[in-house]
Design a protein around this ligand. Structure first.
Ligand SMILES: NC(=O)c1ccc[n+]([C@@H]2O[C@H](COP(=O)([O-])OP(=O)(O)OC[C@H]3O[C@@H](n4cnc5c(N)ncnc54)[C@H](OP(=O)(O)O)[C@@H]3O)[C@@H](O)[C@H]2O)c1
Length: 321
């Protein structure tokens, strides 16, 4: 099969012929239709965080996919060849992927394969961030830092759907977009300091930005509130001082959560956002597009050509077949 691989840390993406994966009795072979690009692909490939995010080289990037079940192991009962699925799995920049049934769900019928591939990582991170770790409930208020990003946009939609008041920090030009998906207030992080303009304290902060945004968040949380970060550890001393909980979450992939998200997508309660679709062989260009948000990763400048030509928000998808 064809796959895009990283042969050495910081090296280029190489399209190669590699053996098609074999499956264990409890696995499924999925013929990949699309995959999507995540920051973590670039971070792992660069090797800068190899202590916490190790990879075996050569490495096939890609943590999410949509596709069609090609073959099932003898112990797999819930799926059959031909089923359209989406989910989380490592090594999805490839024509085939062996996955565990517990990580996938039925593809929503109203989504294209490209749209479906853009969902699992961002939407599950948002779900687990605000519900599992943030314990967000109806009637509460949540502040989401980076609300217009891939994860943030799902957090805004899921929070709104859960009956919470959603406040987001974002660039001012994302305000209309955030209004349209359920934010009741948008604070332009380039123009205002959220901790100065927020009059009421919030129950939950979901931090997708880190740095000062995280540090100042303690000032706007109610006692007993929750600060959940997807980007950096939360100071336990500060959390204790402000009588709040603080946690850095890490996505725990779950087919059950993907399935619930799939149902919300199918009924139109939430929607995906795809910025650009590239064919798999142009994965390197896709990485250049998102490297704008990740200076120094893979030696790319913060605002390369691709980054400037990119739509403001949404995921970058790779079409495989
Ligand atoms: N822990 C986990 O398991 C996990 C899982 C998934 C993702 N993540 C991490 O979560 C983060 C967000 O991921 P993503 O895919 O949503 O990224 P993304 O699509 O690049 O979105 C980032 C957003 O943050 C905004 N932003 C930048 N600086 C900001 C600031 N100071 N205040 C408010 N907003 C700001 C950006 O807006 P502008 O472009 O307008 O500046 C952009 O809309 C990444 O660091 C990613 O690695 C962690």
């Amino acid at each position: 099969m064809k796959a895009v691989r990283v042969l050495e840390y910081g090296g280029p993406l190489v399209l190669s012929d590699v053996p098609t994966p074999t499956i264990a009795r409890d696995e499924i072979l999925v013929k990949i239709k699309s995959t999507a690009v995540n920051h973590v692909d670039l971070v792992k490939a660069a090797g800068t965080a190899r202590q916490v995010l190790p990879i075996d080289l050569p490495w096939i990037p890609g943590h999410e996919f949509s596709g069609v079940v090609e073959r099932i192991g003898s112990d797999v009962a819930a799926w059959a060849p031909g089923d359209a699925v989406f989910g989380t799995g490592m090594g999805a920049y490839a024509e085939y992927l062996a996955v565990k049934p517990a990580l996938i769900a039925r593809k929503p019928s109203n989504l294209s394969f490209e749209e479906a591939a853009s969902v699992p990582v961002a939407a599950q991170t948002a779900w687990q961030g605000i519900f599992t770790h943030g314990h967000l409930e109806k009637g509460q208020t949540i502040l989401i830092h980076g609300g217009a990003g891939a994860v943030g946009a799902y957090a805004v939609q899921l929070g709104f759907h859960a009956g919470a008041t959603v406040i987001a920090t974002a660039s001012g030009d994302d305000e209309a977009y955030l209004d349209s998906i359920g934010a009741s207030r948008v604070i332009d992080y380039r123009e205002a300091q959220f901790e100065k303009v927020l009059r009421e304290k919030v129950d939950v902060v979901f931090d997708l930005v880190g740095g000062d945004a995280q540090k100042q968040s303690f000032l706007v949380l109610k006692e007993g509130g929750h600060l959940v970060s997807a980007v950096q550890p939360v100071s336990q001393e500060e959390a204790a001082m402000h009588h709040v909980s603080g946690v850095m979450m890490r996505l725990a992939p779950s087919g059950d959560v993907v399935g619930r998200i799939g149902r919300l997508l199918e009924e139109g309660t939430i929607r995906p956002d795809v910025a650009t679709v590239y064919a798999l062989q142009y994965a390197a260009q896709a990485w250049k597009d998102i490297a704008g948000n990740l200076p120094r990763v893979h030696g790319m400048p913060p605002s390369g050509l691709g980054a400037r030509s990119r739509k403001k928000h949404g995921k970058i998808v790779l079409r495989v077949a």
